[in-house]
Design a binder for this molecule. Sequence first.
Ligand SMILES: [Zn+2]
Ligand SMILES: [Zn+2]
Length: 332
Amino acid sequence: MPYPSTVVRGKILWVYAIPFIIMHIAALLIFVPYFFSWTGVAFFLFGINFYGQLGIPICYHRQLTHKSFRTPKWVERCFVINALCCAQDTPAKWVAWHRIHHNHSDHQEDPHSPFVNFFWSHIGWLLVENRGTHDISAYHRYARDILSDPFYLFLEKHRWVWAMIYLAHALVFFWAGFGIGYAWGGIDAAWQMAWSCTIWGIVARTVYVWHITWAVNSLPHLFGYRNYTTDEGSRNNWLVAVVTGGEGWHNNHHFDQASCTVQHRWWEFDMNYYFIKVMEKLGLATNIIPPKHLRWAGRKVTTVNEGGTPLEELSEPQETSAAEVSETVEAV
Ligand SMILES: [Zn+2]
Ligand SMILES: [Zn+2]
Protein backbone atom coordinates (compact mmCIF):
# COMPACT_ATOMS: atom_id res chain seq x y z
CA MET A 1 0.00 0.00 0.00
CA PRO A 2 1.38 3.46 -0.81
CA TYR A 3 2.11 6.13 1.78
CA PRO A 4 -0.75 8.57 2.52
CA SER A 5 -1.02 11.01 -0.37
CA THR A 6 -0.51 13.92 2.03
CA VAL A 7 2.94 12.74 3.16
CA VAL A 8 5.80 15.01 2.14
CA ARG A 9 8.50 12.47 1.35
CA GLY A 10 11.92 13.31 2.72
CA LYS A 11 10.74 16.10 5.01
CA ILE A 12 11.75 14.87 8.48
CA LEU A 13 9.96 16.29 11.48
CA TRP A 14 13.04 16.96 13.58
CA VAL A 15 10.92 18.30 16.41
CA TYR A 16 9.89 14.68 16.97
CA ALA A 17 12.91 12.87 15.59
CA ILE A 18 15.54 14.52 17.81
CA PRO A 19 13.75 13.86 21.14
CA PHE A 20 13.02 10.29 20.03
CA ILE A 21 16.69 9.64 19.26
CA ILE A 22 17.94 11.26 22.48
CA MET A 23 15.41 9.42 24.66
CA HIS A 24 16.13 6.02 23.09
CA ILE A 25 19.88 6.46 23.59
CA ALA A 26 19.38 7.70 27.15
CA ALA A 27 17.08 4.77 27.93
CA LEU A 28 20.00 2.41 27.27
CA LEU A 29 21.49 3.69 30.55
CA ILE A 30 19.21 1.22 32.37
CA PHE A 31 21.84 -1.37 31.44
CA VAL A 32 24.56 0.56 33.31
CA PRO A 33 24.73 -0.77 36.91
CA TYR A 34 25.27 2.70 38.40
CA PHE A 35 21.76 3.71 37.35
CA PHE A 36 20.04 0.62 38.72
CA SER A 37 18.03 0.62 41.93
CA TRP A 38 14.86 -1.14 42.99
CA THR A 39 13.45 2.28 43.85
CA GLY A 40 14.03 3.27 40.23
CA VAL A 41 12.24 0.12 39.06
CA ALA A 42 9.35 0.97 41.39
CA PHE A 43 9.18 4.47 39.88
CA PHE A 44 9.19 2.84 36.43
CA LEU A 45 6.23 0.59 37.29
CA PHE A 46 4.36 3.39 39.02
CA GLY A 47 4.88 5.67 36.03
CA ILE A 48 3.62 3.10 33.52
CA ASN A 49 0.33 2.84 35.37
CA PHE A 50 -0.16 6.34 36.74
CA TYR A 51 0.95 8.32 33.69
CA GLY A 52 0.79 5.70 30.94
CA GLN A 53 -2.45 3.84 31.56
CA LEU A 54 -4.46 6.73 33.02
CA GLY A 55 -3.18 9.17 30.45
CA ILE A 56 -3.16 7.34 27.14
CA PRO A 57 -5.61 4.42 26.80
CA ILE A 58 -8.04 5.58 29.47
CA CYS A 59 -8.05 9.34 28.86
CA TYR A 60 -6.73 10.16 25.37
CA HIS A 61 -8.24 7.07 23.77
CA ARG A 62 -11.44 5.98 25.48
CA GLN A 63 -12.49 9.23 27.12
CA LEU A 64 -11.46 11.97 24.69
CA THR A 65 -11.34 10.23 21.32
CA HIS A 66 -14.34 7.94 21.64
CA LYS A 67 -16.33 9.61 24.44
CA SER A 68 -16.99 6.18 25.88
CA PHE A 69 -17.28 7.55 29.42
CA ARG A 70 -17.33 10.87 31.18
CA THR A 71 -15.72 12.23 34.32
CA PRO A 72 -15.92 15.53 36.13
CA LYS A 73 -13.89 18.09 34.19
CA TRP A 74 -11.20 18.33 36.86
CA VAL A 75 -10.62 14.57 36.65
CA GLU A 76 -10.42 14.71 32.86
CA ARG A 77 -7.86 17.50 33.00
CA CYS A 78 -5.79 15.69 35.61
CA PHE A 79 -5.74 12.68 33.29
CA VAL A 80 -4.68 14.94 30.41
CA ILE A 81 -1.78 16.20 32.49
CA ASN A 82 -0.83 12.57 33.12
CA ALA A 83 -0.93 12.02 29.36
CA LEU A 84 1.27 15.06 28.75
CA CYS A 85 3.81 13.40 31.07
CA CYS A 86 4.00 10.59 28.50
CA ALA A 87 5.24 13.01 25.81
CA GLN A 88 2.65 11.92 23.26
CA ASP A 89 1.73 15.46 22.28
CA THR A 90 -1.41 17.45 23.01
CA PRO A 91 -4.92 16.01 23.38
CA ALA A 92 -6.23 17.65 20.19
CA LYS A 93 -3.44 16.16 18.05
CA TRP A 94 -3.63 12.69 19.59
CA VAL A 95 -7.42 12.60 19.21
CA ALA A 96 -7.35 13.89 15.63
CA TRP A 97 -4.72 11.34 14.58
CA HIS A 98 -6.65 8.47 16.09
CA ARG A 99 -9.98 9.54 14.59
CA ILE A 100 -8.32 9.81 11.17
CA HIS A 101 -7.04 6.26 11.73
CA HIS A 102 -10.57 5.02 12.42
CA ASN A 103 -11.97 6.87 9.41
CA HIS A 104 -9.42 5.45 6.98
CA SER A 105 -8.17 2.27 8.70
CA ASP A 106 -5.73 0.39 6.49
CA HIS A 107 -6.62 2.51 3.49
CA GLN A 108 -4.17 4.98 1.98
CA GLU A 109 -5.11 7.97 4.14
CA ASP A 110 -4.67 5.98 7.36
CA PRO A 111 -1.79 7.84 9.09
CA HIS A 112 -0.11 4.65 10.33
CA SER A 113 -1.19 1.50 8.56
CA PRO A 114 1.28 -1.40 8.74
CA PHE A 115 0.27 -2.28 5.18
CA VAL A 116 2.65 0.51 4.14
CA ASN A 117 5.36 -1.17 6.20
CA PHE A 118 5.88 -2.13 9.83
CA PHE A 119 8.36 0.63 10.68
CA TRP A 120 6.03 3.23 9.21
CA SER A 121 3.10 2.11 11.35
CA HIS A 122 5.15 1.87 14.53
CA ILE A 123 7.15 5.10 14.52
CA GLY A 124 7.91 6.27 10.98
CA TRP A 125 4.60 8.07 10.54
CA LEU A 126 5.51 10.43 13.39
CA LEU A 127 8.84 11.39 11.88
CA VAL A 128 7.77 12.59 8.43
CA GLU A 129 5.68 15.60 7.49
CA ASN A 130 2.10 14.62 6.69
CA ARG A 131 -0.21 17.47 5.76
CA GLY A 132 -3.17 15.26 6.54
CA THR A 133 -2.21 14.85 10.18
CA HIS A 134 0.06 17.77 11.02
CA ASP A 135 -2.19 20.47 9.68
CA ILE A 136 -4.33 22.80 11.78
CA SER A 137 -7.31 22.18 9.50
CA ALA A 138 -7.15 18.48 10.38
CA TYR A 139 -7.33 19.32 14.08
CA HIS A 140 -10.30 21.59 13.51
CA ARG A 141 -12.03 18.94 11.45
CA TYR A 142 -11.33 15.92 13.64
CA ALA A 143 -10.90 17.41 17.11
CA ARG A 144 -13.19 20.42 17.19
CA ASP A 145 -14.79 19.21 20.42
CA ILE A 146 -11.38 19.00 22.10
CA LEU A 147 -10.36 22.46 20.93
CA SER A 148 -13.60 23.89 22.33
CA ASP A 149 -12.12 23.32 25.79
CA PRO A 150 -10.11 26.44 26.73
CA PHE A 151 -7.38 24.44 28.49
CA TYR A 152 -6.81 22.09 25.57
CA LEU A 153 -6.87 25.02 23.14
CA PHE A 154 -4.30 26.79 25.32
CA LEU A 155 -2.07 23.71 25.18
CA GLU A 156 -2.40 23.74 21.41
CA LYS A 157 -1.44 27.39 21.11
CA HIS A 158 1.42 27.23 23.61
CA ARG A 159 3.25 24.02 22.92
CA TRP A 160 6.03 24.90 25.38
CA VAL A 161 3.52 24.49 28.22
CA TRP A 162 3.23 20.74 27.86
CA ALA A 163 7.00 20.49 27.48
CA MET A 164 7.30 22.38 30.78
CA ILE A 165 4.77 20.03 32.42
CA TYR A 166 6.85 17.07 31.24
CA LEU A 167 10.05 18.68 32.51
CA ALA A 168 8.44 19.54 35.85
CA HIS A 169 7.41 15.96 36.55
CA ALA A 170 10.92 14.81 35.59
CA LEU A 171 12.34 17.20 38.18
CA VAL A 172 9.94 15.85 40.79
CA PHE A 173 11.22 12.33 40.11
CA PHE A 174 14.83 13.53 40.24
CA TRP A 175 14.51 15.32 43.58
CA ALA A 176 12.33 12.59 45.08
CA GLY A 177 15.09 10.13 44.25
CA PHE A 178 17.66 12.54 45.68
CA GLY A 179 15.74 12.76 48.96
CA ILE A 180 15.28 9.00 49.23
CA GLY A 181 18.94 8.39 48.50
CA TYR A 182 20.11 11.03 50.96
CA ALA A 183 17.96 9.56 53.73
CA TRP A 184 19.32 6.12 52.89
CA GLY A 185 23.01 6.74 52.60
CA GLY A 186 24.20 10.34 52.38
CA ILE A 187 25.13 12.61 49.50
CA ASP A 188 26.72 10.01 47.16
CA ALA A 189 23.69 7.76 47.46
CA ALA A 190 21.49 10.80 46.89
CA TRP A 191 22.98 11.59 43.46
CA GLN A 192 22.97 7.95 42.43
CA MET A 193 19.32 7.50 43.43
CA ALA A 194 18.29 10.77 41.78
CA TRP A 195 19.70 9.63 38.44
CA SER A 196 18.33 6.11 38.90
CA CYS A 197 14.80 7.39 39.47
CA THR A 198 15.11 9.74 36.49
CA ILE A 199 16.52 7.20 34.04
CA TRP A 200 14.10 4.44 35.06
CA GLY A 201 11.06 6.45 36.11
CA ILE A 202 11.16 9.12 33.39
CA VAL A 203 13.34 8.18 30.42
CA ALA A 204 12.87 4.40 30.23
CA ARG A 205 9.23 4.62 31.24
CA THR A 206 8.48 7.24 28.56
CA VAL A 207 10.18 5.14 25.88
CA TYR A 208 8.38 2.01 27.07
CA VAL A 209 4.96 3.72 27.01
CA TRP A 210 5.75 5.12 23.55
CA HIS A 211 6.42 1.63 22.24
CA ILE A 212 3.39 -0.06 23.76
CA THR A 213 1.22 2.77 22.40
CA TRP A 214 2.78 2.49 18.95
CA ALA A 215 2.44 -1.28 19.15
CA VAL A 216 -1.34 -0.84 19.17
CA ASN A 217 -1.01 0.79 15.74
CA SER A 218 1.35 -1.80 14.30
CA LEU A 219 1.01 -5.32 15.72
CA PRO A 220 -2.80 -5.76 16.00
CA HIS A 221 -3.25 -4.74 12.38
CA LEU A 222 -0.98 -7.62 11.37
CA PHE A 223 -0.98 -10.41 13.96
CA GLY A 224 -3.79 -12.00 15.93
CA TYR A 225 -7.27 -13.40 15.45
CA ARG A 226 -10.48 -11.77 14.36
CA ASN A 227 -13.85 -11.97 16.10
CA TYR A 228 -15.42 -9.79 13.42
CA THR A 229 -15.16 -9.28 9.72
CA THR A 230 -14.35 -5.60 9.52
CA ASP A 231 -13.25 -3.66 6.45
CA GLU A 232 -9.67 -3.29 7.68
CA GLY A 233 -6.99 -5.58 9.04
CA SER A 234 -7.59 -5.14 12.77
CA ARG A 235 -6.94 -8.20 14.92
CA ASN A 236 -7.02 -9.19 18.54
CA ASN A 237 -3.46 -9.51 19.78
CA TRP A 238 -3.11 -10.94 23.30
CA LEU A 239 0.46 -9.71 23.83
CA VAL A 240 -0.48 -6.09 23.10
CA ALA A 241 -3.62 -6.53 25.22
CA VAL A 242 -1.53 -7.66 28.20
CA VAL A 243 0.96 -4.79 28.06
CA THR A 244 -1.63 -2.09 27.39
CA GLY A 245 -4.37 -3.18 29.78
CA GLY A 246 -6.74 -4.27 27.00
CA GLU A 247 -6.00 -2.10 23.95
CA GLY A 248 -4.74 -5.12 22.03
CA TRP A 249 -8.30 -6.46 21.58
CA HIS A 250 -8.18 -4.21 18.56
CA ASN A 251 -10.56 -6.06 16.27
CA ASN A 252 -13.19 -5.84 19.00
CA HIS A 253 -12.47 -2.12 19.28
CA HIS A 254 -12.66 -1.45 15.55
CA PHE A 255 -15.94 -3.35 15.40
CA ASP A 256 -17.41 -1.36 18.29
CA GLN A 257 -15.48 1.89 18.64
CA ALA A 258 -17.88 3.66 20.99
CA SER A 259 -18.05 0.90 23.58
CA CYS A 260 -16.12 1.56 26.77
CA THR A 261 -15.17 -2.09 27.06
CA VAL A 262 -13.22 -4.11 24.50
CA GLN A 263 -13.87 -7.39 26.30
CA HIS A 264 -16.09 -9.48 24.03
CA ARG A 265 -15.12 -12.94 25.31
CA TRP A 266 -14.68 -13.80 28.97
CA TRP A 267 -10.94 -14.25 28.69
CA GLU A 268 -10.33 -11.02 26.78
CA PHE A 269 -9.47 -9.16 29.97
CA ASP A 270 -9.80 -5.41 29.82
CA MET A 271 -8.02 -3.89 32.80
CA ASN A 272 -8.63 -0.32 31.61
CA TYR A 273 -12.36 -0.96 31.63
CA TYR A 274 -12.24 -2.50 35.10
CA PHE A 275 -10.51 0.64 36.32
CA ILE A 276 -13.20 2.82 34.76
CA LYS A 277 -15.85 0.69 36.50
CA VAL A 278 -14.07 1.28 39.82
CA MET A 279 -14.15 5.00 39.05
CA GLU A 280 -17.88 4.67 38.42
CA LYS A 281 -18.33 3.06 41.85
CA LEU A 282 -16.47 6.02 43.35
CA GLY A 283 -18.72 8.46 41.51
CA LEU A 284 -15.91 9.63 39.21
CA ALA A 285 -17.11 8.08 35.94
CA THR A 286 -20.54 8.32 34.31
CA ASN A 287 -22.17 7.72 30.93
CA ILE A 288 -20.19 4.55 30.36
CA ILE A 289 -21.16 3.43 26.89
CA PRO A 290 -22.10 -0.25 26.83
CA PRO A 291 -21.25 -2.66 24.00
CA LYS A 292 -23.14 -2.48 20.74
CA HIS A 293 -25.34 -5.47 21.47
CA LEU A 294 -26.70 -3.67 24.52
CA ARG A 295 -27.09 -0.34 22.73
CA TRP A 296 -28.89 -2.02 19.88
CA ALA A 297 -31.40 -3.76 22.11
CA GLY A 298 -34.19 -5.27 20.06
CA ARG A 299 -32.23 -5.11 16.85
CA LYS A 300 -30.53 -8.14 15.34
CA VAL A 301 -26.77 -7.70 15.34
CA THR A 302 -25.24 -9.65 12.51
CA THR A 303 -21.73 -10.17 13.73
CA VAL A 304 -19.70 -13.07 12.52
CA ASN A 305 -16.27 -14.39 13.22
CA GLU A 306 -13.92 -15.28 10.42
CA GLY A 307 -15.52 -18.67 10.03
CA GLY A 308 -18.83 -17.02 9.43
CA THR A 309 -20.40 -18.27 12.63
CA PRO A 310 -22.56 -15.75 14.48
CA LEU A 311 -21.16 -14.99 17.91
CA GLU A 312 -24.00 -16.27 20.01
CA GLU A 313 -23.41 -14.01 22.93
CA LEU A 314 -23.52 -10.96 20.70
CA SER A 315 -26.47 -11.84 18.53
CA GLU A 316 -29.08 -11.92 21.28
CA PRO A 317 -30.64 -8.52 21.86
CA GLN A 318 -30.61 -7.52 25.48
CA GLU A 319 -32.05 -4.75 27.52
CA THR A 320 -30.36 -1.43 26.99
CA SER A 321 -28.72 0.03 30.04
CA ALA A 322 -28.09 3.50 28.74
CA ALA A 323 -30.97 4.95 26.82
CA GLU A 324 -29.19 8.24 26.54
CA VAL A 325 -26.32 6.75 24.63
CA SER A 326 -25.88 8.58 21.42
CA GLU A 327 -24.91 6.53 18.44
CA THR A 328 -23.51 9.67 16.88
CA VAL A 329 -20.31 9.27 18.84
CA GLU A 330 -19.54 6.36 16.60
CA ALA A 331 -19.11 8.78 13.77
CA VAL A 332 -15.84 9.97 15.27
ZN1 LIG B 1 -6.55 0.33 14.51
ZN1 LIG C 1 -9.93 3.89 18.88
